[in-house]
Design a protein around this ligand. Structure first.
Ligand SMILES: CC(C)(COP(=O)(O)OP(=O)(O)OC[C@H]1O[C@@H](n2cnc3c(N)ncnc32)[C@H](O)[C@@H]1OP(=O)(O)O)[C@@H](O)C(=O)NCCC(=O)NCCS
Length: 158
């Protein structure tokens, strides 16, 4: 089934929150609904038939653009949706005339890091202990370690 990418609008909020609840890219519902409402942020949706299967959120900064999140439904992973969304993110940044695309990713998120590398991103730094530990199950008694952030970027120029 063909994948179609389009920019999500405020009326897509409910379905976007449902997808994020499964994709778990780390965005709070309020961040997503706000992103749909403000002009310098674009939320791109990937659709199979009429069903939203993944999304990417990109924000315009004064000179650069920044990827805030990308998430694909678990059942749809490995099928090229992430790549197609990243291509749409890069096109959006190009339209904004951004110089670079920036992002931060958990150092242990191998799938995301592999996707970003494949899309031309290179590591440009690391923030020690930037992310809180991922909550494992419901036991709050085990204090897992915080995780580093990798800072990655790529040029946007054509
Ligand atoms: C990261 C994510 C968006 C990738 O989406 P996807 O649709 O599975 O990605 P694609 O199928 O387009 O894969 C593109 C490339 O990414 C890499 N990749 C994707 N998943 C991978 C995995 N599990 N292991 C290793 N590499 C992987 C590969 O290089 C792959 O290319 P290939 O299939 O030719 O080898 C998806 O795994 C996801 O939603 N993860 C949970 C949310 C998240 O962590 N988001 C990032 C932080 S905001």
């Amino acid at each position: 089934m063909m994948l179609a990418i389009r920019t999500l609008q405020q009326e897509d909020a409910e379905v976007l929150l449902t997808v994020e609840a499964q994709a778990q890219s780390g965005m709070a519902p309020v961040q997503l609904t706000e992103a749909l409402a403000v002009p310098d942020t674009s939320v791109l949706g990937g659709f199979r038939a009429e069903t939203l299967v993944g999304y990417a959120l990109v924000a315009k900064l004064p000179f650069d653009a920044e990827l805030h999140a990308i998430g694909v439904l678990p059942a749809e992973r490995g099928g090229g949706v992430g790549c197609a969304l990243m291509e749409a993110v890069i096109s959006t940044a190009r339209r904004w005339q951004s110089e670079r695309l920036l992002l931060e990713v958990r150092a242990g998120n191998q799938a995301a890091i592999a996707l970003y590398q494949r899309m031309g991103f290179r590591e440009g730094g690391r923030r020690k202990g930037y992310y809180p530990a991922v909550q494992q199950g419901s036991s709050a008694a085990v204090a897992a370690e915080r995780e580093d952030a990798l800072l990655m970027s790529r040029d946007v120029a054509p």
